[in-house]
Design a protein around this ligand. Structure first.
Ligand code: DQQ
Length: 647
C-alpha cells in the first residue's frame, strides 16, 4: 500500500454546469380462505422529506372497510426537484415500475448516446440477466448447496411487461449460472403475468413457492408452486399446484390491489402464516393468512399492520432480528430476544420503508416500538421491492433489492437491458442505536478485490479537491474514514445551519461551515462529470450536531435525459465514532453505506466522459471553515463469472 500521491487544488467544487409431476405438500385440505375485515388501526404517518415518520394515532376497533377508507392519513412528501416522471409503459392502475425522473427527454432532446458509452454502463459484479428487463427479486433461498435467485423478467424486451420468473443459481451469491425460466404465464390464473412471490423451506426439506398470478381478467390471485424434483439441486423444473389459485382477493378489496405473498413463518401451534399487501382507499394494508398445508388458507380477522395515506403496499417483508446476537434469524424465530421488522414497498413513491417493532403472535398484530412509528428507508436512492431470506448456510439474513434505471426508456432499448439487483446485503439490527438496521455487502464480494491502495491521514483543507492516484475506478470497492477538525466542530455551534436536507441542498457544490466533504467517484480529470458521496454536518435547533449522508448526481452526466437528483438522509453517528463510508462503484451503479450501513444510498449514474480509463476518484471538502483528515482504502474489483443459460 503506497503513500498518497495527492494533488491539491484550491478551488471549491462548482455548481452544476447546466444543469406438473408433483412433490406432495403437507396434509391436503378443502377450499381456500376468505373472510372479512374486522380490526383496524388508524395511524398518522408523517414522512418528512428524507426520513419517513409514521405517527400512530389510535385504536383498534371493529369497523368496516368504508370507515377505514375515511381515516385521516400520513403525508408523503415527494422530492423530485421539479423533474417529470416518465412511464415505461406500465398500464394504469398498477405501479409504474420506472417512475424515475428524467430531464431532457420531455423536451424532445434525447442525448446522442454512442455504443461505447452504452456498453460501459453494464455492470461487472452486480446480478443482471443476459439481456432484457428485470425487476423485483423473487423467492431467494439457499437450498441443497446453491443460492437460488428468481426475478421478475420480461423475456421480450428491455421494458416492463410480460412478466415471468427468471432463475439463476450461485454457490456464493457473486458468480452466477443462469437457468431456464422457472415459471411462465401458462395458466388462466397467471395468463397476464407471473408476479412477485416468496419461498418457504419446510422442516422436512420441501420447498414452497407462493406467488401472485395476474389472471385473464386482471385479478391478482395467489398461487402455489413447488420443485418438480427435490433431488435436483438446481431446482430447474417447477410445478404449479393443480388447485390454484389458493387465495382470492378478500371481499371489499379491489382485484388489482392484492399481491406479493411473503415467506411463511411458523406459529407456536405449528401453523404457518403469511402476509399479503393491499390497500383500501389510501390505506396500506397487510392481510394475514394461516395455513397448515399451503393449499387451504384462512384469512385472520386482524391486520398485521396498516397505515393511512400510504397507498398500495407491495412486496411486504416481515422477519425477526436478534437484539443481542450478530447472527441472522430464521423467519419463524420469536421470543423475548427478538424484534420483528415490517418492510413495505410503497407503490406511490417506489421506496422501501421499514420499522422495527414487536410481534404479538397470539393477537396476530405487529406494532412499532417507537410510538411515533419512525419509518426508515432501506436506501435513500434507487432500491425497491426488496426481499430478505434466511441463509441457513451461514446463519445470516440477506437482503436483495431491485435497482431500476434512471435514464430514458429509449436508452434502455438501445442498450438492450434494464435494471440491476443490489449487491446482496447482510442485514442485522444495529444494537447500538436500536432504531436502525445495518446493511452491509455480503463478505463474499470481497473475493473480487484486486490489489488495493491505501491513503492514510490526508488533510483535506476547506475548499480542496484531491485526486487519488488509482487506476480507473469503473469497478471499485472504496472504504473511507473522515475526522473533522475539532476546533471547527466546537465553533460550529455558533454559526452552523439550522436545518439541512440533502435533497434541498446544493449538493457537493454547497458551501457550509462543516461540509460537504467526502468522495467524488466516476469523475473525469477535469471533473466535468462527477458523482459525490458525502457527509454534511449541521446544527439542529436543539444545538446538537447532525450528520447527513448524501449523493449528488447533478453533475454525474453531460447527458440531458438522465435523473440528476440529490439524495440522502440523516445518519446516526455515536459518541467516539469516526465518520465512515463504503462505496461500491460498478459502472452505472454506485452503492453507498455510511456508518457501517445505518444509512444507505444507491445511485444510477450515466457518465459520458468519466468512463473506462477516464473514471477517477477524488477526495473533496467544500466546507468553508473546517479541514478534515481522510483515510481511504480502495480496491479495483474484478468482474463476476456469469454462466449463460445453456438450455
Ligand atoms: N412488481 C411486481 C408486483 C409487485 C411490483 C410486478 C413491485 O408483484 O407488486 O412486476 O415492484
Amino acid at each position: 500500500m503506497g503513500a498518497p500521491e495527492a494533488t491539491v487544488t484550491d478551488h471549491p467544487i462548482e455548481g452544476p454546469s447546466n444543469s406438473s409431476s408433483s412433490t406432495p405438500l403437507l396434509r391436503g385440505g378443502g377450499d381456500g380462505g376468505g373472510g372479512h375485515l374486522r380490526s383496524r388501526s388508524s395511524r398518522r404517518l408523517v414522512i418528512a422529506t428524507i426520513s419517513l415518520s409514521c405517527i400512530l394515532v389510535v385504536a383498534f376497533c371493529c369497523i368496516d372497510l368504508l370507515s377505514l377508507i375515511a381515516k385521516p392519513g400520513p403525508v408523503i412528501e415527494h422530492v423530485n426537484n421539479g423533474a417529470v416522471p416518465v412511464s415505461s409503459g406500465r398500464p394504469e392502475g398498477v405501479s409504474d415500475e420506472s417512475s424515475h425522473t428524467v430531464i431532457g427527454e420531455t423536451k424532445g432532446l434525447p442525448y446522442p448516446w454512442t455504443k461505447n458509452m452504452l456498453t460501459w454502463q453494464r455492470t461487472g459484479f452486480h446480478f443482471q440477466p443476459e439481456k432484457n428487463w428485470m425487476n423485483d427479486p423473487n423467492g431467494p433461498m439457499y437450498y441443497n448447496g446453491f443460492y437460488h435467485f428468481f426475478y421478475q423478467y420480461n423475456q421480450k424486451g428491455a421494458v416492463w411487461g410480460n412478466l415471468v420468473w427468471g432463475h439463476a443459481v450461485s454457490e456464493d451469491m457473486v458468480h452466477w449460472t443462469h437457468l431456464p425460466l422457472a415459471m411462465v404465464s401458462d395458466q388462466w390464473y397467471d395468463q397476464n403475468g407471473v408476479w412477485s412471490g416468496s419461498a418457504t423451506l419446510l422442516p422436512d426439506g420441501q420447498v414452497v413457492m407462493l406467488y401472485t398470478g395476474i389472471s385473464n381478467e386482471s385479478a391478482q390471485l395467489q398461487n402455489l408452486a413447488y420443485p418438480a424434483n427435490l433431488s435436483d439441486p438446481l431446482l430447474i423444473d417447477w410445478v404449479k399446484y393443480p388447485g390454484n389459485p389458493i387465495i382470492d382477493p378478500p371481499k371489499g378489496i379491489d382485484k388489482e390491489d392484492f399481491r406479493d405473498p411473503t415467506t411463511a413463518w411458523r406459529t407456536s401451534e405449528g401453523k404457518w402464516r403469511i402476509t399479503i399487501g393491499s390497500k383500501a382507499g389510501r390505506t396500506g394494508l397487510a392481510f394475514v393468512y394461516e395455513t397448515e398445508d399451503f393449499k387451504t388458507y384462512r384469512l385472520l380477522p386482524e391486520l398485521l399492520h396498516s397505515a393511512s395515506e400510504t397507498g398500495m403496499w407491495e412486496c411486504i417483508d416481515f422477519f425477526p432480528v436478534s437484539i443481542n446476537s450478530e447472527n441472522g434469524l430464521d423467519t419463524s424465530a420469536n421470543g423475548e430476544e427478538v424484534k420483528h421488522v415490517m418492510k413495505v414497498s410503497v407503490q406511490d413513491d417506489q421506496r422501501d420503508y421499514y420499522v422495527i417493532g414487536t410481534y404479538d403472535e397470539a393477537a396476530n398484530t405487529w406494532s412499532p416500538d417507537n410510538p411515533a412509528g419512525i419509518w426508515i428507508q432501506y436506501d435513500y436512492g434507487k432500491f425497491y421491492a426488496s426481499k430478505t431470506f434466511y441463509d441457513q448456510k451461514k446463519g445470516r439474513r440477506i437482503l436483495w433489492g431491485w435497482i431500476s434505471e434512471s435514464d430514458s426508456e429509449k436508452a434502455d432499448l438501445l442498450k438492450g437491458w434494464a435494471s440491476v439487483q443490489s449487491i446482496p446485503r447482510t442485514l442485522l439490527l444495529d444494537q447500538k442505536t436500536g432504531t436502525h438496521l445495518l446493511q452491509w455487502p455480503v463478505e463474499e464480494i470481497e473475493g473480487l478485490r484486486l490489489h488495493g491502495k491505501e491513503f492514510n491521514n490526508i488533510k483535506v483543507d476547506a475548499g480542496a479537491v484531491i485526486p487519488l492516484d488509482v487506476a480507473s475506478s469503473s469497478q471499485a470497492d472504496v472504504v473511507a474514514e473522515f475526522e473533522v477538525d475539532k476546533a471547527a466542530l466546537a465553533a460550529a455551534e455558533l454559526v452552523a445551519d439550522q436545518e439541512f436536507s440533502c435533497a434541498d441542498s446544493g449538493g457537493a457544490a454547497q458551501r457550509g461551515y462543516l461540509g460537504p466533504f467526502g468522495l467524488l467517484v466516476l469523475a473525469d480529470l477535469s471533473r466535468s462529470e462527477q458523482t459525490s458521496m458525502h457527509f454534511y454536518i449541521s446544527k439542529t435547533s436543539g444545538g446538537n450536531l447532525k450528520t447527513s449522508f448524501c449523493t449528488d448526481q447533478s453533475r454525474s452526466s453531460e447527458a440531458n435525459d438522465v435523473n440528476k437528483e440529490i439524495y440522502g438522509s440523516f445518519v446516526p453517528v455515536l459518541e467516539g465514532e469516526k465518520l465512515s463510508m463504503r462505496i461500491l462503484v460498478d459502472h452505472s451503479i454506485v452503492e453507498g453505506f455510511a456508518q457501517g450501513g445505518r444509512t444507505c444510498i444507491t445511485s444510477r449514474v450515466y457518465p459520458t466522459r468519466a468512463i473506462y480509463q477516464n473514471a477517477h476518484i477524488f477526495l473533496f471538502n467544500n466546507a468553508t471553515n473546517a479541514s478534515v483528515l481522510a483515510s481511504v482504502k480502495m480496491w479495483p474489483m474484478s468482474s463476476t463469472t456469469i454462466h449463460p443459460n445453456s438450455d
